[in-house]
Design a protein around this ligand. Structure first.
Ligand code: ITT
Ligand code: NA
Length: 186
């Protein structure tokens, strides 16, 4: 059975595609514009998955993600996409100047829904720290300013496979995949 992954973000697609391929699940990417409610990542992902499953009359996946910085009370969180496009990494580093507590986490929420059913969500989190400068050019968006816990490299310095192994997105999509495979057997 095929799943349609709806996103405007091609970086998400390439990271997720590896996980689908490793598990022999057929995934088709589509960039369908839709209205995103305001709310937590969980609310946004489940609402969008439900809406899009009915609209396309097909099982769909969406993913809502964000970077939550502790010293900034969780900012940019649900506003990550907008903040990345406006103040960017330089703006975040500026806000973090002279702040000693660099703790942050990336969170990814996968929303899955089949037409006529309730949406399900799968959450992945990776803890880490905000750097003091941008390092690495391998990932996207906030990757060059995020040190995953236990690593001396930023996400921007990791190969895609390495990032996937520990990332919020790797975790949420692997959770989805393991649930999805169990469903297929019945
Ligand atoms: P769609 O909603 O169309 O899927 P988007 O890019 O708008 O694409 P989100 O609403 O989930 O996605 O925004 C999350 C933002 O957080 C994203 O645009 C990036 O700026 C940032 N982000 C999410 N995951 C990231 C990652 O793995 N590495 C770096 N930045 C990330
Ligand atoms: Na979005």
């Amino acid at each position: 059975k095929k799943v349609i992954f709806i996103t405007s973000n091609l970086h998400k697609v390439s990271e997720a595609r590896k996980i689908f391929e490793e598990n022999n699940i057929e995934m088709e990417h589509r960039n369908v514009k839709y209205y995103e409610i305001q709310g937590s990542l969980e609310e946004v992902a489940s609402h969008a998955a439900k809406k899009l499953a009915e609209k396309l009359n097909h099982p769909v996946i969406v993913e809502d993600a964000g970077l939550f910085i502790k010293a900034l009370n969780g900012f940019p969180g649900p506003y990550s996409s907008y903040v990345q496009k406006t103040i960017g990494n330089k703006g975040i580093l500026k806000l973090m100047e002279n702040i000693e507590d660099r703790q942050a986490e990336f969170k990814s929420v996968v929303g899955y829904c089949e037409p006529g059913s309730k949406p399900k969500i799968f959450v992945g989190v990776v803890k880490g720290n905000i750097s003091t400068e941008e390092i690495g050019d391998k990932g996207f968006a906030f990757d060059p300013i995020f040190y995953p816990e236990g690593y001396k490299k930023t996400f921007g310095e990791l190969d895609p496979e390495e990032k996937n192994r520990i990332s919020h997105r790797g975790k949420s999509f692997r959770k989805f995949v393991s649930w999805f495979k169990k469903q297929q057997k019945v």
